[in-house]
Write a protein that binds this ligand. Structure first.
Ligand code: GRF
Length: 189
């Protein structure tokens, strides 16, 4: 089934691009109806504009967290999403927001959760001396990167890997993982 997707971003938006490309190639049936960024200069906004997808900036700067999330809630509610995709959205959603869209928010994270939640997950894996890491698409619950797992993909850590080289390889896996997760969710609905 086709899902109405709202994508939340903060930065460069390569995961958003993977979704937009999959939409054009009909690898997924779902459509992005709105891209929301909390940063006005996010590259992700340009990617959405190029794909003729509506964008909205809800700035997080110069306001309280309560004000920001109240504004975000209204904007997202108005878009009536079937699914909200966090694609490099660098804010932790408060419980009130998560509860308003229970079971309808997913996130892509660059580790094999429950290992290495939070920031710099690639570096956490390197520093822990792992020989393998990966990425995870999961439902968002009230914790940080703790919700039920939808799909994971593994990636080897090579002896000479740096944070940068590992992140670049993982990012490619993330794009595949995110699209396959969306296909899985489409088949459920
Ligand atoms: C990705 O590594 C994603 O897993 C993490 O933030 C990064 C976003 O990259 N949550 P991009 O903006 O999609 O290129």
């Amino acid at each position: 089934m086709s899902l109405n997707l709202v994508v939340l971003v903060s930065g460069r938006g390569t995961n958003l691009q993977a979704i937009l490309d999959a939409q054009v190639s009909r690898t997924i049936q779902s459509k992005v109806s709105l891209v929301i960024s909390n940063k006005k200069d996010a590259l992700a906004l340009e990617r959405a504009a190029k794909a003729n997808v509506p964008t909205q900036v809800v700035p997080s700067k110069d306001k309280t967290s309560e004000e920001f999330f109240a504004e975000l809630l209204t904007v997202v509610q108005n878009a009536k999403p079937d699914l909200i995709v966090l694609a490099g959205f660098m804010k932790i959603l408060p419980p009130s927001f998560v509860q308003a869209f229970e079971g309808k928010i997913i996130n892509i994270h660059p580790s094999l959760l429950p290992k290495f939640p939070g920031l710099n997950a690639q570096n956490q894996a390197l520093e822990a001396g792992e020989t393998e890491t990966g990425c995870t698409v999961h439902y968002v619950d009230e914790g940080c990167d703790t919700g039920p797992i939808i799909l994971q993909k593994t990636e080897s850590i090579l002896p000479n890997d740096t944070e940068d080289s590992l992140s670049q390889r993982l990012l490619k896996k993330e794009h595949v993982c995110l699209i396959e997760a969306l296909q899985k969710l489409e088949s459920f609905s």
